[in-house]
Ligand binder design. Structure first.
Ligand code: PLP
Length: 395
């Protein structure tokens, strides 16, 4: 008889965002007419920029004509897009070639799938708190997991593990804390990984939010990283492609693991077997994002969201809340006052100020006692939410 993979039973029972939705709906139904103000989910809200719309339309027009129609493309992605990404990395001083870049339908699927090419018995270290997909995917894959704790004491940047591990999942700028690892922090991880022959999976989905030029946007800005790191990237948060779906994963040729294991070749094998390439329409959009006009227009949106982050930070600090993040990342990490738990403070904000946030505990044990605020809203809603907190929240 068929059986479900028993590891699914080991996953946390409730998914964070469905619990938030349930609580918000219950409050809304019990208080009809009350406007709910959302600073919770990290979904983008601004419309796509004109240059990208042009690119997407161009792709649709091509599909409408028998002479320019295309079906399946290369599983690794359109070579023109990969070449543009090589140029994009060059601007940060990172030299890659097209064969090291694999276009994807977003960073999340690759974050979930990457562990499958490594040994079943791998020990995996995962930053805590962090975007939940790394943990859940490795639980499902039956890997042994340890946590790298991030808290106030280490400015929410975890240290390399004390024990030997095989894979390390890092995210910088971090979701949910908004903390960004500096070059020294990442060098410690790269040195550790080279020494222990482990592989770092570095999620840089929010790199475009880094405004401080001294902070690394790519792990390959760290010497030695090509020998030990895979990088996950996405157009979701930098260009509003959360719904369009497009990202990429970098697997350097120099990355070789035990037993002459060629990671690039293995990932290529995995992708050509299990993935049929990203949408050709989305890829034409990605090409437009990377054009000079596209870059200008999308970066303007990033600045808009960062302006929201500033407003939220200023407002929350003005009533005495302790806030970190939000300077090189779209997320703010707010300490719950008076020893409240994440969910207690979430409830208080919802019922008193009608503001929806995200409980930090949903991102790992170390997130308990914090809330995540997202700056991905429209300005007038963000301002309304901040004013409501200042006026109605009783601390
Ligand atoms: C750290 C991080 N990586 C990846 C993603 C998802 O990226 P994508 O939309 O490209 O799948 C998110 C989405 O919130 C994220 O926070």
């Amino acid at each position: 008889m068929a059986k479900i993979n028993p590891n699914y039973k080991k996953l946390p029972q409730t998914y964070l965002f469905s619990e938030i939705a349930r609580k918000t709906k219950a409050f809304s139904e019990a208080n009809s007419g009350v406007e709910i103000l959302r600073l919770g989910i990290g979904n983008t809200t601004l419309e796509l920029v004109p240059e990208v719309i042009k690119g997407l339309k161009r792709a649709v027009e091509k599909l409408a004509n028998v002479r320019t129609y295309s079906g399946y493309g290369d599983e690794q992605g359109d070579i023109r897009l990969r070449s543009e990404l090589v140029n994009w990395y060059k601007k940060s001083g990172v030299a890659l070639n097209e064969q090291e870049i694999f276009i994807s339908d977003g960073a999340k699927p690759d974050a979930a799938n990457i562990s499958s090419i490594f040994d079943q018995k791998s020990i995996v270290a995962i930053a805590d708190p962090v975007y939940p997909v790394y943990l859940d995917a490795n639980i499902i894959g039956g890997k042994k997991i340890i946590f790298l704790e991030a808290d106030e004491k280490n400015n929410f940047i975890p240290k390399p593990p004390k024990q030997k591990v095989d894979l390390i999942f890092l995210c910088s700028p971090n979701n949910p804390t908004g903390a960004v690892a500096n070059k020294k922090d990442l060098l410690q991880f790269v040195n550790y990984a080279i020494k222990q022959k482990s592989v770092i999976i570095f999620d840089a989905a929010y790199s475009e939010y880094i405004t401080d030029n001294s902070l690394p946007k790519s792990i390959y800005q760290i010497p030695g990283a090509k020998k030990c790191a895979v990088e996950l990237q996405s157009f979701s948060k930098s260009a509003g492609f959360t719904g369009v779906r497009l990202g990429w994963t970098v697997v350097p040729k120099q990355l070789v693991v035990e037993g002459k294991g060629d990671v690039n070749r293995t990932w290529n094998r995995r992708q050509t077997t299990m993935f049929n390439g990203a949408s050709n329409i989305a890829q034409e959009g990605g090409f437009a994002i990377l054009s000079s006009k596209g870059r200008k227009q999308t970066l303007k949106q990033v600045r808009y969201y960062m302006e929201n982050a500033k407003l939220i930070k200023k407002g929350l600090e003005s009533i005495g809340l302790k806030v970190t993040g939000g300077e090189n990342a779209p997320y703010l990490w707010v300490k719950c006052p008076k020893g409240l738990t994440s969910w207690q403070f979430f409830d208080k904000l919802l019922t008193q100020a009608h503001v929806v946030s995200t409980p930090g505990v949903g991102f790992g044990k170390m997130g308990e006692g914090y809330l995540r605020f997202s700056s991905f809203g429209h300005r007038e809603n963000v301002m309304k939410a901040v004013e409501s907190i200042k006026k109605y929240l009783k601390l």
